[in-house]
Ligand binder design. Sequence first.
Ligand code: NAP
Length: 306
Amino acid sequence: MPRILDGNRVRDEIKAELKPRIAALTARGRAPGLAVVLAGHNPASEIYVRNKIKACHDLGIHSESITPPQTITTAELLAIVAGLNARTEIDGILVQLPLPPQVDTKRILLAVSPEKDVDGFHPCNVGNLVASLPGPRACTPAGIIELLKRNQIQIAGKRAVVVGRSDIVGKPVAMLLLHEHATVTMCHSKTPDLPAVCREGDILVAAIGRAAMITANYIRPGAAVIDVGTNYINARDQAAAIFRNSAEKLAAFDKKGSVLVGDVDPIDVAERASAYSPVPGGVGPLTIAMLMVNTVASAERRLGVC
Ligand code: NAP
């Protein structure tokens, strides 16, 4: 039986480790502070932000959400970010993406002070990642490394294949795996014979955004497979095909009208991998946990604790 890489368990471990660090900071004068900027209305973003604020609340991290209207301009959002950069009690600033279409996203992300960039998206922090210098790492990639390490999956000396080259997942996770001494191959939509390349991976990371695309012929027998994908399936026949007509999954689909599926075929991976992260309950819970880690680490740096 393959091992299931339980993201909820690892998230709880990470949160438990943060508690004394937060208590120590609070005892020195103030709790760490996170500001989340949510511009306009996007139902998915609203859920993500709610979950981030809740995680702060559970841990005793001060949090604020700033919710400018859908019509906000780039200049107005730059002014909000500048205000947050200047506030001493705010250690982390997160600008929830996507921003309304009229806003220049790159200018906004560049405006966030690198020392408060808890998403790790600022070019300074991307540079820190590449150069292996201290600084916040992008949350989902950092969570993937935690999931592997805390499940004693060996990375050093292994072949790692990453499918997807986005700035928020594919590129940073490839760099982190390289720093952990894996031999890393990055793949994308133009990679020829993708299944054969994927089968070289002792560790296979799928960050594609295509439901159940990674089927048995992409998976090396015994590989550790990390599924980053979050795809909502609304078509019952597609859900039935992916879950091989599982009565339990179809009942859940019928109740909600949709089902969450990763980028990896859930039945094939269970048959071929030695370990895999499920969707849901794998990588997802770690993204917010690592945001909390980055916020606490930023507060410690800014208060001179570490
Ligand atoms: P993205 O920016 O859309 O990037 C997708 C990548 O997949 C691109 O590099 C693309 O290649 C590649 N790709 C697309 N189709 C492909 C194909 N047929 N064969 C090979 N490569 C292909 O997506 P993302 O932001 O990295 O997110 C990826 C998935 O992870 C999404 O489902 C997203 O919802 C999920 N996600 C989850 C979390 C979490 O916390 N669990 C966090 C972030 C993202 P090209 O570059 O050539 O176009």
